[in-house]
Write a new protein. Structure first.
Lengths: 381, 292
């Protein structure tokens, strides 16, 4: 436990040139919690490296217990890292208490002070910084307008709906002009409709104020729609960082492919640098750097697959597998087909839109599942 | 059907809204029981109060109404001394035990440290051990401690107001901690994190967020401590010295010399004080529920 690094304390004059433009930098950050009654320590976050750019909407995405909230709490200062360095705009803050860090947090439970009015709640941070009364009044008024809560300043938090409390929590953090805003599943307690409205609202506010947002969520759809970049975490380990498109279109691991959206995972063996062979013997075009005959997994998104009758014309630009429709589910705007190939060793989940002129299939139909080689992705594990 | 049949017109309407109506026999029995319990509790108090206004040297014989014994009570230097001692001990021990008890509750709920579990268990000991055990224990402790102090420093201390106050602090800390802790455990700890996140120092977070939110618990604990201190006979009897007598100890002693209506008047005074405290605590808890 003695490996806590305090780079700032060791060499205060360090100004890394790479820091220009990065809001939050995590280097080798780990967090271990002591085990209960002599059990092994629990590793919540394991050697995490992250670089979050200034002005970015950055999401930490993963299932519960993946370490995303612990990571956020370490940036906020509610937990101290067991090892590694946390920098905010180049300043080492890893061991600073929360009140000394230029960040503010929107809590999952909102954590509004129940004994204070909305106005007092929002003004709290400014009062703690001993700002002049006139400035507090002015800035409080500005954010109340920003989150559209005018006329409710004198109410108590309990008198507001969940969505309104959410806005107040956001205003209370934003009023301090933090360098980085940390959001811990802020929409988790809202119902679906309100959630979607708040997603748009959050994005609008983030673009308006231009502050770096670090957003923790387990909802992949939320992360995909709002973020500039997403970091996917699992079991305390960072699996992949990238834009929503990169994460969705080119997942690097089985977990990422499976966690973000729906996906087909097909086991295959490498033929050469540009081809692999599926379980039914079909060779398909996808490049991999593995040695011939090594087993790999290919990921295919259901909406990139198309269905044709088995005797339909062959298109040399597409890869295809022969199969039988095993199940059909009507989704309204689309049909979902489960197609079994190679006696069930390969099962494809195909989503085909219900546009006019699109062929429909029934259970038992012989079909060809087709896709463009560019939509197939080889996974690392 | 028979219990629903009230003979009133529109029997169907009655039957419909009678779903939530309790059965009458049970209803009457419960109400009767409530009255019996009520009478059992309050008739003796009524007798006590009525006879405190009796103008007779004997307690049990009614002559005529007068304020004679109240006059004697306020004129009696020993009663007034005991009353002053009681109030002084109660106020001092409540003030100190409220601060220490709240701090103990905070340390148990909000921090993790070595020996915490042991402290947790030991803190509640004064709540469960009998008063008489506590009294003997404290007496022995004071005797021993004063001997050691005499040997080491040559200062001779004796039991009195100070020892009673210390003894009351000792058991009141536990009660205050118990009440404050109940309030604190219901408090979302992210509120304190939010305060820290909004640039509050530890003290500011406590002062502006934690304390106002646990205030009803702290006030409730303080009232409990005040009541327990004013009420205590056994411990005060053991650890008091010559010249320092609390009111309950005085009453207890006076009873052994024979009951006079003066005791009634003193008891009514104590009763009035207790009722005021109960009303105060009700007012506080009502304000709390109004807030939440």
């Amino acid at each position: 436990m003695s490996e806590i690094t305090t780079q700032a304390a060791v060499s205060p004059q360090v100004t890394s040139p790479a820091d220009t433009g990065s809001a939050v930098t995590l280097q080798g950050v780990s967090k271990r919690f002591p085990g209960v009654k002599g059990a092994d320590p629990v590793v919540a976050v394991d050697h995490l490296d992250l670089d979050i750019a200034d002005g970015e909407f950055f999401s930490l995405l993963g299932p519960s217990g993946c370490g995303k909230t612990t990571t956020l709490r370490m940036i906020a200062g509610f937990e101290y890292p067991s090892a590694g360095s946390i920098q905010i705009f180049g300043d080492e803050v890893g061991l600073e208490p929360p009140n000394k860090r230029p960040v503010n947090t929107v809590f999952q439970s909102y954590a509004l002070f129940p004994h204070m009015t909305i106005e007092q709640n929002i003004a709290f941070g400014l009062e703690m910084q001993d700002l002049p009364r006139a400035e507090i009044k002015q800035r409080t008024g500005e954010v109340i307008e920003l989150v559209q809560m005018q006329g409710r300043e004198q109410r108590k938090p309990k008198q507001l709906s969940g969505g309104q409390q959410q806005r107040v929590a956001l205003a209370r953090a934003l009023v301090n002009h933090p360098k980085v805003l940390l959001l811990d599943e802020p929409l988790g307690a809202l119902d679906l409709k309100l959630r979607q409205a708040m997603q748009d609202e959050l994005k609008r506010i983030q673009e308006q104020v231009g502050i770096t947002f670090v957003y923790v969520t387990h909802d992949q759809e939320e992360a995909l729609t709002m973020s500039d970049r997403i970091a996917v975490m699992h079991d305390g380990v960072l699996l992949q960082v990238g834009s929503p498109e990169q994460i969705y279109d080119a997942p690097r691991t089985r977990f990422v492919a499976d966690f973000i959206g729906d996906t087909n995972l097909a086991e295959a063996t490498v033929v050469d640098a540009d081809h692999v062979r599926l379980a039914d013997g079909t060779a398909i075009r996808v490049s991999s750097d593995r040695a011939p005959d090594s087993p790999i997994t290919v990921a295919l998104r259901p909406e990139t697959l198309g269905l044709r009758q088995h005797d339909a014309e062959r298109d040399q630009r597409l890869d295809a597998v022969q199969g039988v429709v095993a199940r059909v589910t009507f989704l309204g705007n689309a049909n979902r087909y489960e197609v079994a190939a190679a006696d069930g060793a390969l099962v494809f989940d195909v989503r085909q839109g219900n546009a006019p002129g699109v062929e429909h299939f029934a259970v038992g139909d012989q079909v060809r599942v087709r896709w463009s080689p560019s939509s197939a992705t080889v996974l690392e594990d | 059907m028979s219990i629903l049949d009230t003979g009133a017109p529109g029997a169907a309407a009655v039957a419909e809204d009678s779903v939530a109506r309790p059965r009458r026999t049970v209803d009457r029995l419960l109400a009767g029981n409530a009255w019996i319990v009520f009478a059992f509790l309050y008739l003796p108090i009524l007798v006590l109060v009525v006879y405190s206004f009796n103008d007779n040297n004997r307690v049990g014989i009614w002559t005529e109404a007068s304020l004679r014994w109240y006059g004697e009570m306020f004129g009696n230097a020993r009663v007034m001394d005991a009353l002053r001692t009681s109030i002084l001990v109660a106020v001092l021990s409540t003030a100190v035990s409220t601060v220490l008890g709240t701090a103990a509750a905070l340390s148990l709920e909000r921090f993790r440290y070595k020996g915490q579990r042991a402290f947790d268990g030991l803190l509640y000991l004064p709540v469960i051990i009998p008063d008489i055990t506590m009294a003997v224990m404290l007496l022995l402790f004071f005797v021993q401690a004063f001997d050691i102090i005499l040997v080491l420093t040559g200062v001779g201390l004796s039991r009195g107001l100070g020892t009673i106050t210390l003894a009351h602090i000792a058991f009141n800390i536990s009660f205050v901690a118990l009440v404050v802790r109940a309030r604190l455990s219901g408090l979302d700890s992210s509120l304190e994190e939010a305060a820290a996140d909004l640039y509050a120092t530890r003290w500011q977070a406590f002062r502006r967020v934690t304390l106002p939110l646990i205030a009803p618990g702290v006030a409730g604990g303080a009232l409990l401590a005040l009541t327990l201190s004013l009420d205590d006979v056994v411990i005060a009897e053991f650890v008091s010295g010559a010249g320092s007598t609390t009111l309950p100890v005085y009453v207890f002693g006076a009873l052994r010399r024979g009951v006079t209506p003066l005791i009634n008047a003193v008891s009514v005074l104590m009763l009035a004080g207790s009722i005021l405290l109960v009303l105060a605590s009700l007012a506080i808890s009502r304000r709390r529920s109004g807030e939440a």
